[in-house]
Design a protein. Structure first.
Length: 122
């Protein structure tokens, strides 16, 4: 597993049963620097869930846990971060954003970060 940059989880929730929560925890278990953005501030393990759009550098991966409609307000933010890739777990598919990201040199994958981390292909 090769990851030198940070992962930004958008749609992070402090609710234990949410996949976004499990994703943040699993990223930290793999010692991946993690930034979490959500609707409500809080803490997941040692990661602060932020509610704004923090200026970040070296974001390698963005994991999306929002519907296409809810992602709209984050689209330009994501593009401006210039991540290498954006991951869309099942239920978050967003073909319109795939095209926008691709035109900016950002790879998109319909893939579950949880499965990727657990199988060593993250």
């Amino acid at each position: 597993m090769q990851n030198t940059g940070k992962t930004l989880v958008i749609g992070a929730s402090t609710k234990e049963d949410r996949y976004s929560n499990q994703c943040v925890k699993l990223l930290r278990e793999h010692n991946i620097e993690t930034i979490a953005l959500g609707n409500k501030a809080g803490i997941i393990e040692d990661v602060e869930v932020q509610t704004g759009r923090p200026a970040e550098a070296n974001v390698q991966t963005v994991a999306i846990y929002l519907s296409a409609k809810n992602l709209e307000s984050y689209e330009e933010y994501i593009i401006n971060l210039k991540p290498e890739r954006v991951l869309f777990p099942p239920g978050t598919e967003n073909p319109a954003f795939y095209e926008k990201a691709k035109s900016c040199g950002i790879a998109t994958e319909e893939a579950c970060p949880l499965v990727m981390l657990k199988t060593g292909v993250y």
